[in-house]
Design a protein around this ligand. Structure first.
Ligand code: ARG
Length: 457
């Protein structure tokens, strides 16, 4: 492509360090889309003849089908996807192929291809996150009233409903979608026509190519257009937060499925056995979702390190951007599919959850609140009285419902029978009907709202 001023070919090591076709072939579809938009614009602005344009378009379409059918000869000798396509075009249509690169450089070409690729990855990711959210919403509806212990510091805190716990993750994943949508809106500008870095003297129509490729507008500065990779970093940053959220859900599944907790059971489809311990059902898929978070965050850190302090405009360092993004997209997609499958298949053990919620004096706050409301006690004093009642129950080896009224009166004489109404975990969750609270009614309403919202998308 630049033979004019070179007498010798590249050293073997030079070729080895330079070649990118092994990975940027994944942008073949986007590369052809970009070239088709470019050539139509060259024809419309009379920069090339209608004849050459249709020969080039025909050739590009042939290449597109060769790629789809796995017949395209990807060749390392042509370094990257852009030169592979152009070289193949020359083989197919001859000299007219040489006119395609008019008013274009690989610098704006690669920036265009990569934006299109990331945009597709975001769209696919949004759909997959939606599926995971739907799986969680289904569980929330099915188990809106199932009581489980809620934890702080991983210590029993207050009872919550399983549906409420599921919907907490739905909220997190919705924000992940928001971040990806924001990134998509910002990246959706066309670098095409920025050429190498300075723009071009040809009377091109950048608005036309932008529109053809579904971009909202052309980018306003040619230097920025070829240098910017913040769109890729933003995708990886949003993806990293998504991966972190997935790891937290995976961790819950791992803990809940232990024999000690016994809250949930993973299906056979998402468990593995041990070759030596026959009793084992290992949550490998959940552990790998948790573990793969490192790869996604690693991609973000890797690309940020590549971009840090890089002078304008293009530098070959930036060829290092793609593998990070491809790998992260693959990992995110796999983890989303695995989690969606695990959640869909998950069976829960409501009795076990209920029993566990009842242990650990989880309704102590309800008792304190009762003292405040019924006996008009200041909360601090109620907290103290409740502490003494918990101590009495602990001594007797029962939970709060296991104390007799007489035993309670020994601590606080004003206590009456109706206190027992607030001491069960069911009454506790039912009473938490404040906005965003865990009551089954709230959960049902929220889950139905989510179900409608997800259906509409
Ligand atoms: N393969 C290159 C990349 O991914 C394409 C751009 C090459 N541009 C250049 N001036 N060498 O960045």
């Amino acid at each position: 492509m630049w033979g004019g001023r070179f007498a010798a070919g590249p050293d073997e090591v030079m070729a080895a360090i330079n070649v990118s076709i092994g990975f940027d072939r994944r942008m073949a579809k986007q590369d052809i889309e970009g070239s088709l938009a470019h050539v139509r614009m060259l024809e419309a602005t009379r920069l090339i003849s209608a004849e050459d344009s249709s020969a080039i378009q025909g050739g590009l379409n042939t290449i597109a089908s060769e790629i789809r059918e796995g017949r395209f000869p990807f060749r390392e000798a042509y370094e990257d996807i852009h030169m592979n396509v152009e070289a193949r075009l020359a083989e197919l249509i001859g000299t007219a192929a040489g006119r395609l690169h008019t008013a274009r450089s690989r610098n704006d070409q690669v920036a265009t291809d990569f934006r299109l690729w990331v945009r597709d990855a975001i769209d696919a990711g949004l759909d997959q996150i939606g599926e995971l959210m739907s799986a969680l919403v289904d569980k929330a509806i099915a188990h809106a009233a199932v009581v489980m212990p809620g934890f702080t510091h991983m210590q029993s805190a207050q009872p919550v409903t399983f549906g409420h716990h599921c919907l907490a993750f739905v909220e997190m994943f919705e924000r992940d979608r928001g971040r990806l949508r924001d990134a998509r809106a910002r990246l959706n500008e066309s670098p095409l026509g920025a050429a190498a870095l300075a723009g071009t003297s040809f009377p091109i129509d950048r608005a036309m190519t932008a529109k053809t490729l579904g971009f909202d507008r052309p980018m306003r500065n040619s230097l920025d257009a070829v240098s910017a990779r913040d769109f890729a970093m933003e995708y990886l940053a949003a993806g990293s937060i998504l991966a972190i959220h997935m790891s937290r859900l995976a961790e819950e599944i791992i803990v809940w499925s232990t024999a000690q907790f016994g809250f949930v059971r993973l299906s056979d489809r998402f468990s593995t056995g041990s070759s030596i311990m026959p009793q084992k059902r290992n949550p490998d898929a959940a552990e790998l979702v948790r573990g793969k978070t490192g790869r996604v965050i690693g991609s973000l850190i890797g690309l940020m390190t590549v971009m840090k302090a890089l002078p304008l405009a293009y530098a070959k360092d930036m060829q290092e951007d793609k593998e990070a993004v491809f790998a992260a997209a693959d990992t995110l997609s796999l983890c989303l599919a695995a989690l969606t499958g695990m959640i869909g298949d998950l069976t829960i053990n409501p009795d076990r959850m209920h029993a566990s919620a009842s242990a650990g004096f989880a309704t102590a706050t309800d008792l304190a609140d009762w003292l405040v409301v019924q006996l008009k006690m200041p909360f601090r004093e109620a907290h103290h009285v409740t502490g003494r009642l918990v101590k009495a129950a602990e001594k007797k080896g029962v939970d709060l419902t296991g104390l007799t009224l007489a035993e309670m009166k020994a601590v606080e004489p004003q206590i009456v029978e109706s206190v027992f109404d607030v001491l069960t975990v069911d009454s506790s969750v039912a009473s938490r009907s404040s906005l965003g609270g865990t009551s089954p009614d709230n959960v049902r309403r929220e889950a139905e709202t989510w179900r409608d919202k997800l259906k509409l998308q």
